[in-house]
Structure formats: C-alpha cells, structure tokens
Design a binder for this molecule. Structure first.
Ligand code: XMP
Length: 518
C-alpha cells in the first residue's frame, strides 16, 4: 500500500484514486503525520502530493524529515518535489509567473520511473518526449547532491529529478491528470516497479475483506440502515445483506419528494429481488404537512432534514434488539485534509445526510464504505449485483424535489415535476446523453405563463430543464444538449402534462449559479 501526504492540492484525491485504479490501496494523510503513524500504516512507498503554498516561505508545510530516512521509496509531485528538493539540500526558486497547462518534457536520463515511456522522439537529441500537464509557480533551481536531473522543458530545466539508489523521485508535472498522457504508466512504474506494492485492491477483494470485518464487528447482533435509494446506502445494504443476511433491517422513508417510481424501485430491488428486510414508511403527508406555507430554501431543507430524523427515529424505536447503525459514509467525507491544517487550501465539499438517533438507542456505527471513493463504491455495487442503472444514476439531493420546486412545496407541484423529470430523463437515455451528463433534472417554477393548445388558450406552470457536466460538482458547465433533444423533451412535457405550458433550458454555469435552483 501507498501513503500519500497531502499539502492541500485539489489533486491529492485524484492521486489516491489513480493508485487504487492500479490495484494498490492508498490512503491520504495530512503532511504533519508522525513517524510512528507512518510505521503503523507500513506503506511500501510514499507520495508527496502538490499544494498551493510556496516552499520559499518559512512557514509553509514540510514533509516530516523521517520520510527521507526510513528507506522507503518517495515520489514528490509538484509541491512535493519542491519540498523534497529543499529538505534534502537543493534550492527552490520562487516565481510570480505561473506555468499552467500543456507542456512537453524531454527525458534526459533513463530511470525506473520513465522506463520505456515516450509520446514522441526529439529528432535533434534522439530522446523521448512526454506530453504532460504542468501547474506551478515555483520550481526547483538546484537538485540536492546525489540527485540528477532526469527530465526538462525549455521553461523548467528541472522538470524531474531522481536519486535512484535511494529510490527518491520528483516530478514537477502532474502524472495523476489525464492530460499527462502516460501519467498512469508513470504512477504504475513507481507503485508496482519501484515500491513493489502488491496489487490486491479489487472490488471482489474489497467485498470479501469488508464482509469479514462486518461479521467480526457485528457478531450475531442486529444492524439498522437508513436506505435512501442513493448509491451509497444501496451498496451498504447489498454488502451487509451478503455479510449478515437477516440481521440487517433497512428503513426506507418515502417523503413524497422522490423521483417517479423511486420508492417502488427500491422495494423491488432490495425486498423482492434480494430478499433484504426493508420497512417502507410512507411519510408523504407528514413531510408535505410540515412544508405547508414555507417558501425559504434553507428553512425547507431544515424541515425536511428534521422530519426525516423524526420519522426514522420513530420507526427505529419500534424495532427491538438493534445494536448497530450502518451508514454510507465514504472516503471523501473522512479524509483529514491539509486544508484544515493550513487554513489556506482548497476545501473539499461534502454533504452529510446523517440522521440523529434517540440517545437511548446507543448504537455503534457500521461504515463499510469509509475507505472508498465514489467510483470504487460504484464498482462494488456492480460486483454485488445491483442494477447498473441504480449504481450509475445521477446524484439526487437529500431534500429531493423539495429544493426543485421553487418556493412553497405542494403535492400538485411535486406530481407534475415527477412526470416532467421522468420524461426528461427517459429522453436523455434514448438519445444516449444520460451518461454524458453528470446530473440532469427538471425544476418546477410556480409561475404561470400563457400558451395555446389547439384553439384554446392555456395558462399554466413553467418547467425548467437543467443538465450539467462536472467532475467534482464544485464547478460545472451546462450541458450542450442537441436542440433536437431539447425540442423533443419540451414537446413531450407540454403535450403530455396538462399543467405545463412552457419549458425552458437553464444555461447557467457554476459558479456563479449553483447546480440546484435552491
Ligand atoms: P449545488 O446546488 O450546491 O449542488 O451546486 C452541488 C451538488 O450537491 C447536491 N446538493 C445536495 N445534496 N443535500 C444533498 O444531499 C442537499 O441539501 C443538497 N443541495 C445540493 C446537488 O444535487 C449537486 O449534486
């Protein structure tokens, strides 16, 4: 396994995912980890990741010096390379000019890191050239003694360095991003070749490990799980069912703000097909009752969240002999990031849809996805036999249609929105556009607009369509859907739904707009 030290770069998580894609487990820890903690984790090698700060400033973060004294292979990436150079006696030069984007590096010395890797050949020197992605201001001006320069670009003469006997390497460019074409192979060389890490991080292996761990933790006692129909809780349900069968009880709360047929689908997949014990609570009236007359988005979110807790708790209290509460917490929710330590770095957004439980229940947590990234959770879901469409479904916010009906929520609006949304999603699938967008949905606008149908005049509601492309949901671009597709969706919604006279398409990017409308 590999240890990744975080200095606050937004790419740190990507490095961890890439290493795991190679089949090797990796964990992210903050840069100020202690030697004892490193020994306890027992990595095969260490990657020092990037960061937004400058090594030339005295109070900027450093790797613990022991990292270079433990005899382990070390790869520094960007800031990680700079701090390695500085800490081992080289020099880093500050710069106000950032180099950002595509660059071509020339490999100047053959090492295990770049072995047999080449995108082009430099005709003048006969050396290999790599297409890479750079993003840096500072750069290494002098390598430490014993290191040699192994790659260069015209504007960055020390683009990579190595001390091969010690198995220390540094690259100024980012091998973890796909724009660095051979990046994954470079990481493979480090992780498999140089670190000799074992390739045992596969969905089947993860499932087997987790099943054993859950059985050990739970014994013959009982576990409660709030099943939402989302990817994470669904995968937890499937995994726990496999591990402990009837010792698992799921509670599925239908709040009346779900997508069309969602409740039935959840029951069919889990209860009918897999034989999971699922209690479905129909709480539509309770939720809509509490939301009556409330228009403020944050107020609505709070009400929906609190009502969920009330309903879930009431249901949980009816079940006897439960000792554990399972949750779909995933790795990005628990990474102890450098952001918190330096206060300057990129803050990772996460949503915590975790209910509270009555104090008296005193439940212990079961969190089998705690170490996994979303893409790994999905692979696990497929391996566990969950339907592909469920596992690869777009994310859906906890408050559901409650934040997609602007202003006050009413059943009439929710019913119209569900149908409009289902038409939009169906047509996206038909046109093969669903998986090209990251999230797509309809929004209900409680304003009336005039239209004509046949000879009649019609005065009805407006539906807005939203579709975005994004990697991390922190920034997003509106999806450039084909006009024909939008036309078809619009026609179907207006013709099939009597309450809608107009359809619009949202062309706002995030930022400054958000993905949801509320
Ligand atoms: P925004 O609207 O902030 O959304 O650009 C980013 C992502 O977060 C989802 N989202 C939520 N998820 N509870 C959730 O579980 C919420 O209250 C919530 N608000 C937004 C949104 O759907 C998008 O994927």
């Amino acid at each position: 396994k590999i240890l990744i030290l975080d200095f606050g770069s937004q790419y740190t998580q990507l490095i961890a995912r890439r290493v795991r894609e190679i089949g090797v487990y990796s964990e992210i820890r903050a840069f100020d980890i202690t030697e004892d903690e490193i020994r306890a984790y027992a990595p095969n090698g260490i990657i020092l990741a990037g960061g937004p700060e400058s090594v030339t400033e005295l109070d900027s973060p450093r790797a613990p010096q022991c990292v270079f004294e433990m005899g382990l292979p070390v790869l520094g990436i960007c800031y990680g390379m700079q701090t390695m150079a500085e800490q081992l006696g080289g020099a880093v030069e500050g710069s106000h000019k950032r180099e950002f984007g595509y660059a071509q590096v020339r490999i100047d010395e053959e090492t295990a890191l770049f072995k047999d890797i080449s995108d082009h050949i430099d005709h003048e020197t006969g050396r290999s050239l790599l297409d890479v992605w750079m993003s840096h201001g500072d750069k290494v001006a002098q390598v430490p003694d014993a290191f040699s320069v192994i790659a260069s670009t015209p504007s960055c003469p020390i683009a990579a360095m190595a001390w091969e006997e010690q198995r220390f390497y540094g690259v100024q460019f980012h091998p973890e991003v796909t724009h660095t074409l051979q990046g994954q192979r470079i990481l493979e060389h480090f992780v498999l070749g140089i670190c000799q890490a074992e390739r045992n991080w596969t969905p089947a292996q993860i499932i087997e490990d987790q099943i054993n761990r859950v059985r050990e933790q739970v014994g013959d006692r009982h576990v409660l799980l709030g099943l939402s129909g989302g990817v994470d809780s669904s995968v937890v349900a499937a995994l726990l069912h496999k591990a402990i069968g009837d010792q698992l009880t799921c509670v599925f709360v239908d709040n009346g703000l779900l997508r069309k047929d969602e409740g039935d689908q959840v029951m069919e997949t889990f209860a009918s097909h897999m034989g999971v014990r699922v209690i479905r609570v129909d709480a539509e009236d309770q939720f809509l009752g509490k939301l009556q007359g409330v228009a403020d988005p944050e107020e609505k979110r709070k009400i929906i969240g609190n009502t969920f807790i009330d309903v879930f708790d009431a249901e949980a209290a009816k079940i006897e002999g439960v000792d554990f509460l399972a949750q779909g917490t995933i790795y990005p929710d628990v990474i102890e990031s450098a952001a918190a330590k330096t206060g300057k770095a990129h803050v990772i957004k996460s949503h915590h849809n975790v209910g509270g439980l009555p104090e008296t229940m005193k439940l212990q947590l079961v969190e089998p996805l705690r170490e996994l990234f979303k893409d790994e959770v999905r692979k696990l879901g497929v391996e566990l036999g969950l339907p592909y469409d469920m596992v690869y479904r777009h994310p859906f916010p906890g408050p559901g249609l409650g934040v997609r009906i602007l202003g006050e929520v009413k059943k009439e609006y929710a019913d119209i929105l569900r149908e409009a949304d289902a038409i939009f999603i169906e047509e996206l699938h038909n046109a093969d556009w669903y998986h090209k967008t990251s999230q797509a949905f309809a929004v209900f606008l409680p304003v009336k607009s005039v239209g004509v149908v046949g000879d009649g005049r019609r005065y009805e509601w407006v539906i807005a369509l939203r579709a975005v492309e994004t990697i991390d949901f922190m920034t997003a671009r509106w999806a450039h859907l084909p006009y024909e597709l939008l036309e078809k969706v619009s026609n179907r919604i207006i013709n099939e739904l009597s309450g809608v006279s107009r359809v619009t398409y949202d062309v706002s990017s995030k930022p400054p707009a958000t993905i949801e409308w509320e």
